[in-house]
Design a protein around this ligand. Structure first.
Ligand SMILES: [Zn+2]
Length: 215
């Protein structure tokens, strides 16, 4: 079953995407440009090496940060912005939007955008709901504030217990399309998987003429 999750999270969601036209699943693009996104950071274990690796390949990315992690590591948060990456809101404590009260959810997202903007003096314009669980409240919150809710079209499942760097890299390389939004994680859960997978992804795709932009 676990091996199926990347396929379900990548292909299984496509029929539902048209019901949520305000959510971004993939960027309209013809050129070989893809959008790497990293959820759950910043972290002591991954962020610094991740920044070095992205810089080696001149790749930009979007980092959906957990507000309390950003406050714990303000210098890492600012380093992401200084390196040309963009930040997005991933709630303050990584709550599941489907299981907290509307009031709590509203507090979580409002606090996170404020915290990221105060730390970096930049505008934050994107939000990704934890667990990929959008709600009506979040959609309204985004619409009222000119924020974009970002989902994905390639989810290789680097956070799964069964994940290996080889499998994650192969999945991304096989499924990437022009404008793809790829989800990886800046999380200790993925230590030993995400960075070696990303090295392989960047080596292979860059050699094939792909470039990587921030949303
Ligand atoms: Zn997350």
């Amino acid at each position: 079953m676990r091996l199926l999750i990347p396929y379900l999270a990548t292909h299984g969601l496509r029929p539902f995407q048209r019901f949520f036209p305000d959510l971004l699943w993939r960027v309209e693009a013809r050129a070989r440009t893809a959008y790497l996104t990293f959820d759950d950071g910043p972290t002591e274990e991954i962020t610094d090496d991740l920044l070095d690796l992205l810089a080696q390949f001149d790749a930009q990315a979007t980092h959906f940060l957990v507000g309390e992690h950003a406050e714990t590591f303000p210098d890492r948060t600012r380093a992401l912005v200084s390196a040309g990456h963009r930040l997005g809101n991933h709630t303050y404590t990584h709550v599941d939007p489907w299981s907290v009260s509307a009031e709590r959810l509203q507090q979580e997202v409002t606090r996170t955008t404020r915290c990221l903007q105060d730390l970096t003096r930049t505008r934050v314009r994107a939000l990704r709901p934890p667990y990929g669980h959008p709600t009506g409240l979040l959609r309204r919150w985004c619409a009222e504030r000119n924020q974009r809710m970002v989902m994905w079209d390639v989810m290789p499942g680097d956070y799964l217990k069964t994940a290996t760097a080889r499998r994650v890299a192969r999945f991304v390389i096989r499924h990437v399309r022009p404008g793809s939004v790829i989800v990886l994680h800046d999380s200790p859960v993925c230590e030993g998987v995400t960075l070696p997978a990303l090295t392989r992804i960047l080596e292979t795709l860059t050699a094939e003429g792909w470039s990587f932009d921030a949303l």
